[in-house]
Write a protein that binds this ligand. Structure first.
Ligand SMILES: [Zn+2]
Length: 291
């Protein structure tokens, strides 16, 4: 490992510090009322996240770093073709990384085999900072293909890659958290960033709402692609996936085996009803963040 690799060593520590801070604040100032017992969810989410972390460290990260090395040696990728100063290359690389993660998230919802795995993230019956890295190891493994394509096509510098990774992790922890920010502050932040209320709507049981707000760091991509939906009050959101909303659906073994089993109708509750949005509670402008 050369000196350039050093910053990456601090990433897990930084992520743990941000996790602890958000965990404390969301208990003091919760945004949504929770439905299930915290301890049981924590055990499941940390176990699922642990397997995801191992998969990322053993497969995804080495593949991405190897690809990054290869693009630098062979002057491959969009950024390498750009006759621009380093700072401009950094900005373009950073934006392209975030835009490509937006597309990857959309694909995880649109392609059935990817959704089988990504659904495990969505069936968490509550949404808080512990949901942030609750991804099935199969989703993480499949993302290797995406990461290799992403890194080689963009061809960003190592520093762009490392800085984005840190911001990506911080952003993921932040927008999954159940922290109640003052609405005016959140509206301001949301002009640039994906925030807890915006991502909370992405975890709604209403199909149309789950299929909105795909962004990770910047909120612009959803506005640009018209996948934004901010006009749902948090108090009206039922978190989870309707077809997997029974308490026993969120057991560890069930969650890990879920992608390999016969799939249910995702959008229908066990009692046969389909969660729909009462239009009376929805504000008109889809781009105005509801409280
Ligand atoms: Zn999603």
């Amino acid at each position: 490992m050369d000196a350039e690799m050093e910053p990456a060593a601090y990433l897990p520590l930084l992520a743990i510090a941000i996790f602890a801070a958000l965990f404390a604040v969301e208990k003091l100032f919760p945004l949504r009322t929770t439905r299930s017992a915290l301890f049981g969810r924590l055990v499941i989410n940390l176990a699922v996240a642990g397997l995801a972390y191992l998969t990322a460290m053993i497969v995804v990260r080495p593949s991405a770093l190897h690809t990054l090395d290869w693009t630098a040696q062979n002057s491959f990728g969009l950024i390498q073709l750009m006759p621009a100063p380093d700072w401009a290359q950094f900005i373009v690389g950073f934006l392209l990384l975030d835009l490509s993660f937006y597309y990857w998230h959309v694909l995880n919802h649109k392609i059935p085999v990817l959704w089988r795995f990504h659904n495990v993230h969505h069936i968490d019956p509550d949404l808080d900072v512990s949901t942030a890295f609750r991804f099935h190891f199969g989703e993480v493994l499949l993302s290797t293909l995406f990461r290799v394509a992403q890194v080689s096509l963009i061809g960003m510098s190592f520093i762009t890659f490392a800085v984005y990774e840190g911001v990506f992790q911080a952003g993921t922890l932040f927008h999954h958290s159940n922290v109640r920010l003052p609405i005016r502050l959140e509206r301001l932040l949301n002009k640039v960033l994906v925030t807890p209320r915006m991502h909370g709507i992405h975890h709604s049981q209403v199909q149309y709402e789950t299929n909105s707000n795909f962004g990770v760091v910047f909120s612009w991509w959803d506005k640009l692609h018209r996948t934004i939906g901010l006009n749902i009050p948090q108090s009206r959101i039922e978190i989870g996936i309707a077809g997997y909303s029974m308490p026993e659906d969120n057991r560890l073994w069930h969650a890990l085996a879920l992608p390999f089993r016969k799939q249910r109708d995702y959008w229908r509750k066990p009692d046969g009803t389909i969660p729909e949005r009462d239009v009376a509670v929805v504000q008109d402008a889809r781009t105005y963040l509801a409280e």
